[in-house]
Write a protein that binds this ligand. Structure first.
Ligand code: PEP
Ligand code: MG
Length: 598
């Protein structure tokens, strides 16, 4: 395999694709500037207005198309872009630039984009960059119209393509009809950007953070996208293509077969019940699995409720949503994580100071405890909704016991005030913590004494244990979930939780790899929580394994001194399962190690 042609990025939406790249000119690199004679200025302004009208019409068309395919909620971004584009003051400003500086429309639009990007985009906060992208995206489309980029030729065709762009924006994700998009790959873009959300809704494999991708691509170059591992391979050779096609075939067969087992209970061959729950990070996720296939929601990332709005959601809005999730899950538990913003998850309407190290900064529970009204509103809504199901509260980014005590105090106050207000409040709602900051590992027994359950957030725990930014492509290679230190930490939590009789689960993405889920079962965890898509294979693997075998996997993995060693133990486990399934006429992918879970 031609390793040097593999570009490593960050996975935003899973899936595999092979096809020709089409580079989207959402960010023209060279915008020509020329001076316009006095008598031609009116015509230049007309050119601008026509391009704006044409773009606004195109945005309206995309809004309708997206609404028809995945719903109004996702389509809303195009309405926002149209509002931005048709803002009279902005348009007047661009017209004034044309007249005052006597320059062409393209140059005036580029000047506007540069100004806004400089003002908003200079910040390290993704939310602000996202805002700047929201502003620039429709104006870049105007540039495309003015410069008559080659969109028309590709739009007219019917070829399926892999869209490549500088940034992951909604314009890029909807550049041509959904059926024609095999995958989207970009140089920049966050997991929580509007473009990322759209790609996931459409089920388009998507990889971001691919440094210098565009300079290495040519229009039409064949590329191979692995949305599971977050990689792009340029010009794959025949061997790579054959491997890819075989993998794709296996994936299809597997999905079909596993689907048949998805409704069965995750019980080991010797009768041990293990819970397999789901992570939910948007309302759409809720519709992707039948509630009876999951043992509950192990992680309800409530950020989306805040991120998809223009202001903080009210108590009533939150209540309605939490109630909806609880009702949907019936008597199965729903673990609601309190707001975990900060770092990579910024709210456009909540401006926080620029931080040099946002991952070590103001995020998660730290914000909730400082802006206690936020937490109180969320807890009020959650407690009110808890009458409609089995609710648990999970606290993110806990560092110390004092924080847990503060939340308990606030929780009691909220409960009392709801009671005083005439609400029926359940006697007890379990409160648990995420184990994701290494400090918690060293005070586990005292923390466990104060909480009802723990859930290990390996996405963050790995980043903090190994000092590797989870979203930085420059150090993506070093983000190693199989590092023996990670296993040792997981073992430590499982043991301490068992000793204290406290239920423990893992909700970080590594738990979605079925061999790792078996390892966690062997370590003594009660549950894993995984993205809905992975439910069937994790459940199937549990049903195919005995608790003794799981324990053996854990023992062998803990004995390893290198990540490679741990990976080979997991590979052995996959191999055994694979052989067993082949013998039985079903199969799990022997090579799912390639899905680098994070
Ligand atoms: C984690 O850190 O593992 C986790 C589940 O939370 P998030 O990915 O939302 O930070
Ligand atoms: Mg986390």
């Amino acid at each position: 395999m031609a390793q040097h042609r593999i570009v490593k990025g960050v996975s935003v939406a899973p899936g595999l694709a092979l096809g020709p790249a089409h580079v989207v000119h959402a960010r023209p690199h060279v915008v020509p500037t020329w001076s316009v004679a006095e008598e031609d200025l009116a015509r230049e302004v007309d050119r601008l207005r026509e391009a704006v009208d044409q773009t606004a019409e195109e945005l309206r068309r995309r809004q309708r198309a997206v609404a028809a395919q995945v719903g109004e909620r996702d389509a809303g971004i195009f309405a926002l872009h149209r509002t931005i584009l048709t803002d009279p003051a902005t348009l007047k400003g661009v017209e004034a630039t044309i007249r005052d500086q006597r320059i062409n429309a393209e140059a005036a639009v580029q000047a506007l984009i540069d100004r806004v990007t400089k003002r908003l985009g200079a910040t390290a906060a993704e939310g602000m960059r996202g805002w700047s992208a929201d502003f620039s995206d429709p104006w870049r489309a105007v540039l495309d119209v003015l410069m008559q980029h080659d969109r028309e030729s590709i739009v007219q065709g019917d070829e399926q393509v892999i869209l490549a762009a500088a940034e992951l924006t909604p314009q890029v994700v909807t550049f041509v009809a959904r059926e024609r998009i095999l995958a989207v790959v970009t140089e920049a873009g966050g997991r929580f950007s509007h473009g990322a959300v759209l790609a996931r809704s459409f089920g388009i494999p998507c990889v971001v953070g691919l440094s210098n991708l565009l300079s290495r691509l040519e229009q039409g170059m064949r590329i191979l996208v692995d949305g599971d591992a977050g990689t792009v391979q340029l010009k794959p050779d025949q061997e790579d293509v054959d491997l890819f096609l075989a993998r794709l075939e296996r994936r299809k067969t597997r999905e079909k077969k596993l689907g048949l087992h998805a409704s069965l209970e995750p019980v080991t061959t010797d009768g041990k019940r293990f819970s397999v729950l789901v992570n939910v990070e948007s309302l759409r996720d809720l519709d992707t699995f039948p509630p009876s296939h999951a043992d509950g929601v192990g992680l309800l990332r409530t950020e989306f409720l805040y991120m998809e709005r223009q202001q903080f959601p009210s108590e009533e809005e939150q209540y309605r949503l939490y109630r909806r999730v609880l009702e949907k899950m019936g008597d199965r538990p729903v673990t609601l994580r309190t707001l975990d913003i900060g770092n990579d998850k910024q709210l456009p309407y909540f401006k926080t100071p620029r931080e040099a190290n946002p991952a070590l900064g103001w995020r998660g529970l730290r914000i909730s405890l400082e802006w206690q009204d936020l937490l109180r509103v969320q807890l009020r809504a959650a407690l009110r909704a808890s009458a409609h199901g089995d609710l648990r509260i999970l606290l993110p980014m806990v560092t110390s016991i004092e924080e847990v005590r503060d939340v308990h105090r606030i929780f009691d106050e909220v409960r009392r005030s709801l009671g005083d207000g005439g609400y029926e409040v359940p006697a007890s709602v379990p409160v648990g913590i995420m184990i994701e900051v290494p400090s918690t590992l060293f005070v586990l027994p005292s923390l466990l004494a104060e909480v009802d359950f723990v859930s290990v957030g390996t996405n963050d725990l790995v980043q903090y244990l190994l000092a590797v930014d989870r979203d930085n492509p420059l150090v993506a290679k070093l983000y190693d979930v199989h590092h023996p230190a990670v296993l040792s930490a997981l073992d430590q939590v499982a043991r301490a939780a068992q000793a204290a009789g406290t239920p423990a689960s893992v909700c970080g993405e590594m738990a979605g790899d079925y061999a790792t889920a078996l390892l966690l079962l062997g370590l003594g965890y009660d549950a894993v929580s995984v993205v809905p898509m992975l439910l069937p294979e994790v459940k199937y693997a549990v049903r195919e394994t005995s608790s003794v075998e799981a324990r053996e996997i854990a023992t062998q993995a803990l004995a390893q001194t290198t990540s490679e060693g741990v990976r080979s133990v997991l590979a052995g486990c996959r191999q055994r399962l694979h052989l067993r399934q082949v013998a039985e006429g079903s199969e799990l992918p022997a090579d799912s190690r390639k899905r680098e879970t994070r």
